[in-house]
Design a protein around this ligand. Structure first.
Ligand code: NDP
Length: 241
């Protein structure tokens, strides 16, 4: 299907709440059509309704990033509805089961690691690869991976999280691999950290709002053609690997 106008379409995974919803709202506010990727039908429908009530052109995309079938069907939905994809924000993520808020490496349940990697890393690869043919049809395609500074091997910040933190380190590494592979194309890939944000994820105890957390992802999603590739950023600039 050919596009009949210049409106950009942005798919945000895990867009039904938290930072993902705020990214969807922010991209909608600057004129993007937003594909609301979410795995739960009711939560997805509620998010689409909220976005539309706020004046955003939004449509729902059933998407469980851990399911290859779901991801394939999601790509078909985006193609049918928009014909191409301009922006992909891989935001869906989980911490995995914790023991009192931490994940002790010395007692780690490897099933927790597998579950976390399946969402935070393999999910990004599944979704990115399914969406790449649609991204390649766009004039200035951008991919943003929502990582965490807990994945930084240098900063070593936050509680010990032996499943979650390495999953974000690997996501950062994967981001670099995609950026290198796509270096000769128009597809620009970067990773970001939203900061410490009040969402379900943090028990709503963190200082930053979802809108503040969304800002860096929105900036990377709208980079100019000469913008950075394969970097890791927060609001303050480059985050050390
Ligand atoms: P939330 O828990 O509020 O939201 C997570 C979102 O991911 C939800 O929409 C959830 O859907 C979705 N999700 C989880 N698993 C899947 C799946 N298998 N398929 C599709 N969607 C899924 O967390 P945040 O908004 O705080 O986190 C968003 C991202 O930001 C994550 O990647 C997180 O690691 C990162 N981050 C967050 C920080 C913070 O301080 N909050 C700090 C640093 C990074 P559902 O509602 O169905 O569960």
């Amino acid at each position: 299907m050919d596009r009949v106008n210049d409106t950009k379409t942005a798919l945000v995974t895990g867009a039904n709440k938290g930072i993902g919803f705020a990214i969807a709202q922010g991209l909608g506010a600057i004129g993007c059509t937003v594909a609301v990727g979410a795995r739960d039908d009711a939560r997805r429908a509620a998010a689409v309704a909220r976005l539309r009530a706020a004046g955003v052109d939004a449509f729902g995309v059933a998407l469980d990033v851990t399911s290859a079938e779901s991801v394939t069907a999601a790509a078909a939905t985006v193609e049918r509805t928009a014909g191409r994809l301009d922006i992909l924000v891989n935001n869906a993520g989980i911490a995995g089961r914790t023991d009192g808020g931490a994940q002790d490496p010395t007692t780690l349940d490897l099933d927790v690691v597998r579950t976390v990697l399946d969402t935070n890393v393999f999910g990004v690869v599944r979704v990115t690869n399914a969406m790449l043919p649609l991204l390649r049809r766009a004039e200035a395609p951008r991919i943003v991976n929502v990582s965490s500074n807990m994945g930084s091997l240098t900063l070593r910040t936050g509680p010990v999280m032996a499943a979650y933190a390495p999953s974000k380190s690997m996501l950062n590494s994967i981001t670099v691999q995609y950026a290198r592979q796509l270096a000769d194309t128009d597809v620009i890939v970067n990773a970001c950290c939203p900061g410490y944000v009040a969402t379900d994820f943090t028990g709503f105890s963190a200082p930053r709002t979802p809108e503040q957390g969304a800002a860096i992802a929105i900036r990377l999603a709208t980079l100019p053609d000469d913008g950075p590739r394969g970097g890791f950023f927060d609001d303050a600039g480059v985050i050390p690997w």
